[in-house]
Write a protein that binds this ligand. Structure first.
Ligand code: APR
Ligand code: PHB
Length: 394
């Protein structure tokens, strides 16, 4: 039997960030992770950080490498119909910038901070399950290195991603799920080639494409592929040819092709579970919500959830005040739904849907025309793309 204040399920960005912020305020936690550390570090995911995310990481001393190596952008570009791109200037409209810096690097930075303080993280745990979520103490049972173990704690933080055990542990009838799937996925390639300088979204009759980056020598590209696509059908040469076909010629000529060092297909989904709390269990990050990757909101939402949850737990332990804990779900969900709407909107605007009528297609083209011609429309998109400010941030 172990005892701690907060049992954190999952060592992804949500779980490790929570344990770090709590530790810096003298609040003890134990992190339980199903996979090995190597496995967690090897996951390649999005890499665009909102200003608020950078602010949170800086405040907790986690941004040293990010400040050195992150690539700061003022905005992003959209291209369509073979025409030259237009730029949505987020900085001019909202005074905010964002930073290209891979999630795998954030994961490394979080592990480095955890090592430096000798954090309690158990990898390879099996069969995590909870006792009653209503009484105190809360209990988490699991197996580790072949032994049955148990933790007694005040709270459980469900940071175990979309396929974790936390959300399904909430008894039926206590959670409302909002779910939308899209009839396509993103085929993503990471390549050791110099990227284009900007983040560029392409809407093309052949399907959506995106040019992004991880560092000055590492590019990240995506193309829309039909649901159920077999990755074996996409050798590198086919990927590069298709990617270039979806960008205007002038940009296509600047794309530097090379061997892929990672290639995967991710489905697109919008998902929210409400509320993000049941008794002593608090959900954060992908455990509570999924966004389609268009707009790169997933990691940023994980960070804002953790900001709200850590602030609420700190107020509880420091001031014996549970007001922020009581409001955690509502507060976090305001930001979640805002980003859900942005990523849904961008997904709809930029992709080709298989059953789009001619009328709907024209509507989309004229929506893009409107965006191109109206500084007001651009300002609105810039504001959504930048993300909402964090409530209570000083
Ligand atoms: N027991 C213990 N650990 C588990 C369990 C379980 N039953 N199920 C899942 N996990 C672990 C996973 O192995 C993973 O390491 O929980 C972790 C969840 O991490 P993520 O899926 O990365 O979720 P989160 O930390 O919320 O990160 C938010 O932002 O860019 C997005 O989706 C992207 O992962 C990213 C997310
Ligand atoms: C990425 O770099 O992985 C990325 C960038 C922008 C997006 C989505 C993903 O909208």
């Amino acid at each position: 039997m172990m005892q701690t204040r907060v049992a954190i399920i999952g060592a992804g960005p949500s779980g490790l960030l929570l344990s770090e912020i709590l530790a810096q305020q003298g609040i003890e936690s134990i992190v339980l992770e199903r996979e090995t550390r190597q496995h967690v570090l090897a996951r390649i995911r999005a890499g665009v950080l909102e200003q608020t995310t950078v602010d949170v990481l800086r405040r907790w001393g986690l941004a040293r490498r990010l400040d050195e190596q992150g690539h700061v952008h003022d905005g992003m570009k959209i291209v369509w119909a073979g025409r030259n791109s237009f730029f949505i200037d987020v900085h001019r409209h909202c005074g905010k910038r964002f930073t290209a810096y891979g999630q795998s690097r954030i994961q490394e930075d979080l592990y480095a901070a955890a090592d430096a303080r000798g954090a309690a993280i158990l990898h390879g745990v099996r069969n995590v399950r909870f006792g009653s979520l209503q009484g105190t103490p809360a209990r988490v049972a699991f197996e580790h290195e072949g032994q049955a173990r148990e933790i007694e704690c005040d709270f459980i933080a469900g940071c175990d991603g979309f396929h974790g055990v936390s959300r399904p542990s909430i008894p039926a009838g206590n959670v409302h799920v909002f779910d939308k799937t899209y009839p396509f996925g993103w085929l993503g390639v990471l390549s050791e080639t110099p990227p284009l300088h900007e983040i560029i979204y392409a809407n093309h009759p052949r399907g959506f494409a995106l040019a992004s980056q991880r560092s000055p020598s590492l590019s990240r590209y995506y193309i829309q592929v039909p649901m159920g696509t077999d990755i074996a059908e996409w050798p590198d040469e086919r990927f590069w040819a298709e990617l270039k076909a979806r960008f205007p010629q002038e940009l296509a000529e600047r794309i530097v092709a090379g061997p892929s060092i990672e290639k995967s297909i991710a489905p697109l989904r919008s998902f929210v579970a409400e509320p993000m709390r049941h008794g002593r269990l608090f959900l954060a990050g992908d455990a509570a919500h999924i966004v389609p990757p268009t707009g790169a909101k997933g990691l940023n939402l994980a960070v804002s959830d953790i900001y709200y949850l850590s602030r609420a737990l700190a107020a509880f332990y420091r001031d014996d005040d549970d007001t922020l804990l009581e409001h955690y779900s509502d507060t976090a969900l305001r930001r979640v739904w805002h980003s859900e709407r942005t990523s849904w909107y961008l997904t709809r605007l930029l992709h080709r849907f298989p059953d789009t009528s001619d009328f709907d297609q024209r509507m989309k083209e004229y929506e893009l025309e409107y965006l191109l011609s109206s500084p007001h429309a651009q300002a609105a998109l810039a504001e959504q793309y930048a993300g909402l400010p964090l409530e209570g941030w000083q």
